[in-house]
Design a protein around this ligand. Structure first.
Ligand code: NAD
Length: 507
């Protein structure tokens, strides 16, 4: 055996989960999972064969026959156990996440925690999957609804929240009585797989949760497979639009949460230090790789004078490997992502924006091979520029100015995306005006990243979302169930029959 083959064998492989078994793929196509801070190869992930993917769907279809009838309390108890296991293992989960994705350890723990909240929500399924009943809608007639599971559902997840977003999907789908096929991001599947192992340990039965790995082929199989009834997707707008069109043309339900270009408005009456801190955290935290990051800030009126202080504060953020104490910004996920971000910064300059803070090529001691880019700030940005139009998905902040709040609102509503937004002000009237007029799904008022807790549903508008119903909260119960409406009447044995009723009226 050659030395190269020996090294290959030493690298762990990511398994598929089919019918309750973690199995090695027989594929010939593999991709490396790489630590973005060091370039160390952590694992190899397979691109599953058609046969393996079909076996995963078949196993989910088979398991649905019994899982759909499993008592709601049994389902809830599995998720009670699951939330406990996630809590007990949160440090390990965060460490796996940081190693493969790059975000800092505290942020990785936050990623797991926001997913854990959805697992807790799934544990309360008994209170969520309730039908309605109207007594005596006609003489002796009652009408009620059942919320019944759909069958096999599938989820396709992005790289930037490899814990939270899989946990947005399979716990709620399974808790409502469906079975599931998950396709994690091929860039960082390791923490997702550890969460899947814990779900199995918590008692999710064989075949109820299955995992396939891959890229385009896996996604297309999910969209086309006749036994898959609903598809949840989170990722870029380009891929999400493709998934939505293909899945819905094949008669499936689909919810696609997609790309973003979130703006914050800063009014001059805002609490200055709070606002600057919040802007920096939301623009540069997770190296700008959050769909709810704030890559655009609109300074209104005299707030424009805060720019020098914002830039000075940005310089104080610590760039380092995510495991280093005090690190504020870790590496971006891949060399390709770094090249793309660097290319967009060059483009910003060439199109006339003013680069007031250049974060390229930072020297990061101990992580010389990492994919680092530090806080980068552009001013004099116009809405025609590529850096404004495209989602950069890196720590690059575009500053725009507006004379009035209404001008700023108009700017945001003219952008095609509608994922998240925020306003910083101490004026209740201004905040309320903003809340009413803005056409964006998630709105923060002095809250920079207003991701809703699972009592509510994640939303999004315009180019950021396709499908009516969002992940978690009340909406996802409707997404993962079919409403059946039952109208019933019972006759005693001695009930006297009247004339034949040829009308549609219930009497
Ligand atoms: P991505 O679209 O590249 O990948 C998402 C999934 O699609 C992955 O599982 C990937 O394997 C698959 N995929 C990639 N290219 C494909 C193709 N050509 N055909 C079919 N499938 C393909 O997204 P990403 O880079 O992993 O994640 C970042 C994006 O996700 C950003 O645009 C971000 O805004 C978005 N995002 C949105 C939300 C939200 O809730 N709106 C949340 C997180 C991330």
């Amino acid at each position: 055996m050659t030395e190269q083959a020996n090294t290959q064998n030493a690298i762990p492989t990511v398994k598929l989960l089919i019918g309750g078994e973690f199995v090695e793929s027989k594929t010939t196509q593999w991709r490396e999972v790489v630590n973005p801070a060091t370039q160390q190869v952590l694992a190899r992930v397979p691109f599953a064969t058609d046969k393996e993917m079909n076996a995963a769907v078949a196993s989910a279809k088979q398991a649905f026959k019994t899982w759909r009838k499993t008592p709601i309390g049994t389902r809830a108890r599995i998720f009670l156990k699951y939330q406990q296991l996630i809590r007990e293992n949160i440090k390990e989960l965060a460490a796996i996440l940081t190693a493969e994705q790059g975000k800092t350890l505290p942020d990785a723990e936050g990623d797991v925690f926001r997913g854990l909240e959805v697992v807790e929500h799934a544990a309360s399924i008994g209170n969520l999957q309730l039908g309605e009943l109207a007594n005596n809608v006609a003489n002796g007639v009652d009408t009620y609804t059942l919320l019944q599971p759909l069958g096999v559902c599938a989820g396709i997840t992005p790289f930037n929240f490899p814990a939270m977003i899989p946990l947005w999907m399979f716990p709620m789908a399974i808790a409502t009585g469906n079975t599931f096929v998950l396709k994690p991001s091929e860039q960082d599947p390791l923490v997702t797989m550890r969460l899947v192992e814990l779900a199995v340990e918590a008692g999710v039965p064989a075949g109820v949760l299955n995992v396939i790995h891959g890229g385009v082929d896996a996604v297309n199989l999910i969209c086309d497979h006749p036994d898959i009834k609903a598809v949840s997707f989170v990722g870029s707008t380009k891929v999400g639009t493709h998934v939505y069109n293909r899945a819905t043309q094949n008669g499936k339900r689909a919810q696609c949460m997609m790309g973003a270009k979130n703006h914050a408005i800063v009014l001059p009456d805002a609490n200055k230090q709070q606002t600057l801190n919040n802007l920096l955290g939301a623009s540069f935290g997770a190296a700008g790789q959050r769909c709810m990051a704030l890559p655009v800030v609109i300074l209104v009126g005299e707030a424009q004078q805060w720019l020098p202080e914002l830039v000075e504060k940005a310089k104080t953020l610590k760039i380092s490997g995510g495991t280093e104490a005090g690190a504020d910004i870790g590496p971006v996920v891949s060399c390709a992502a770094l090249d793309r971000i660097s290319g967009l910064i060059v483009k910003g300059e060439s199109e006339g924006a003013r680069l007031v803070l250049d974060g390229r090529n930072p020297q990061v001691a101990g992580y010389e091979k990492g994919n680092f880019v530090g806080p980068t700030i552009f001013t004099d940005v116009t809405t025609e520029m590529t850096i404004y139009r495209e989602e950069i998905f890196g720590p690059v902040l575009c500053i725009l100015n507006a004379a009035t709040l209404d001008d700023a609102i108009e700017l945001i509503n003219s952008n095609p995306n509608g994922n998240g937004t925020a306003i910083f002000t101490r004026s209740g009237a201004a905040a309320r005006h903003f809340q009413e007029e803005i056409d964006v799904g998630q709105v923060g008022i002095n809250v920079p990243i207003p991701v809703p807790v699972p009592l509510f549903s994640f939303s999004g508008s315009r180019a950021s979302k396709l499908g009516d119903l969002g992940p978690y909260g009340k909406q996802v119960i409707l997404f993962y169930t079919q409403t059946k409406t039952i109208t019933q009447r019972w006759f005693d044995e001695d009930e006297v029959g009247g004339p034949v009723n040829t009308t549609i009226t219930l009497k």
